[in-house]
Design a protein around this ligand. Structure first.
Ligand SMILES: C[C@@](CO)(OP(=O)(O)O)[C@H](O)COP(=O)(O)OP(=O)(O)OC[C@H]1O[C@@H](n2ccc(N)nc2=O)[C@H](O)[C@@H]1O
Ligand SMILES: Nc1ncnc2c1ncn2[C@@H]1O[C@H](COP(=O)(O)OP(=O)(O)O)[C@@H](O)[C@H]1O
Length: 297
């Protein structure tokens, strides 16, 4: 017997970052949009907790207890006083360390899959609390769709989306460390007054309208400058996608994946081909949003 859960990647359509808090985290106004690139997490009974991974980036995924899927299984088992004896297999399609919350997706997926496998019937709010303990982005991976994340991004309010948005994601060579990008944000803003992060009404209206041009005009990411500071070559990728006809280009979360919003699916395919040919990224993928959250297949 096994259970498979499919979990989407995300892009941040607004990522407003406040000053560093005493606990080292940053308060955010983080508008998440789930996109149709997925990892699949399959769990099956085993004699001990074991993890395997397949997919183009599998070599970069840790297969020890630090893997977010393993941590999720252990946390759920501990909550119910049972042993986390499970084989977790991750079929990974989400770029690793790319600012698309792939690890978070696997954490949310393993939680939901183990809950189904073990018949533990954990209430939704308890699953969300476990997700928040695993990482700031993990609750959103569970719920999907679109949501505003406040606090460190873990407190979610659903956001309405009035249509399908078409994206291209340019996958960079190598990852960027999320803590390093936040540290670079702190360095670049040192000595300035960092405003309280607030969700943009214009952005929320644009999402509700389903109009890609309106959304393109309101996208923002406070981690873009620090990501570019650590990886200046991303400027060429952003420029290549814009020249190829994207409505807007931005760094996805902490990067180094870059995201391009397009008018429609045909333009997305054209921009992806141009980005791949430009030599400014490893590969380019198209995906539509919003996508559903973690789902048992
Ligand atoms: C930047 C974002 C945007 O959605 O995602 P990615 O681009 O990495 O996918 C998130 O804030 C990443 O969330 P996540 O990857 O879950 O981070 P966590 O595991 O909770 O924290 C990792 C580290 O990031 C920093 N961190 C994270 C969240 C936050 N609100 N403030 C922070 O300063 C802290 O240094 C923390 O120790
Ligand atoms: N299941 C997992 N998949 C990918 N990375 C993981 C996983 N579990 C832990 N990690 C670690 O988390 C880091 C961040 O990976 P990921 O979540 O893909 O990127 P990001 O935080 O930029 O969205 C990786 O470098 C890796 O060491």
């Amino acid at each position: 017997m096994s259970v498979t859960v499919r979990v989407p990647a995300k892009v941040n359509v607004q990522l407003s970052v406040g000053a560093a808090r005493p606990d080292g985290f940053h308060d955010l106004a983080n508008v998440f949009l789930a996109v149709g690139l997925y990892d699949e997490v399959t769990v099956a009974p085993a004699d001990r907790l074991r993890i395997t991974c397949s997919g183009p980036d599998a070599a970069q995924v840790p297969l020890d207890a630090s893997n977010l899927a393993a941590r999720a299984a252990s946390a759920l088992a501990a909550r119910h006083g049972i042993a986390p004896d499970v084989h977790i297999h991750i079929d990974k399609d989400i770029p690793v360390a790319g600012g698309m919350a792939g690890g978070s997706a696997d954490g949310a997926g393993a939680l939901l899959a183990c809950d189904a496998l073990w018949g533990t019937g954990t209430p939704r709010e308890d699953l969300l609390a476990l997700c928040a303990e695993l990482g700031s982005d993990v609750p959103f991976s569970l719920v999907g769709g679109a949501a505003l994340g406040t606090g460190r991004g873990e407190r979610l309010t659903p956001v309405e989306v009035g249509g399908t948005f078409h994206w291209v994601f340019a996958v960079a060579d190598g990852g960027l460390s999320t803590p390093a990008v936040y540290r670079e944000f702190d360095r670049l803003t040192e000595g300035t007054r960092v405003p309280e992060p607030v969700a943009s009404d214009a952005l929320l209206d644009a999402l509700r309208s389903g109009d890609p041009k309106a959304l393109a005009a309101t996208l923002s990411n406070d981690l873009q400058a620090p990501a570019l500071s650590l990886r200046p070559s991303l400027a060429a990728t952003l420029a290549a996608g814009t020249e190829a006809g994207a409505l807007a280009a931005l760094v996805s979360g902490s990067g180094p994946t870059t995201a391009f919003l397009t008018e429609d699916e045909a333009t997305a395919r054209k921009v992806a081909a141009a980005l791949t040919a430009s030599g400014t990224c490893r590969t380019a993928r198209t995906a539509a949003s919003p996508a559903p959250g973690a789902t048992v297949l």
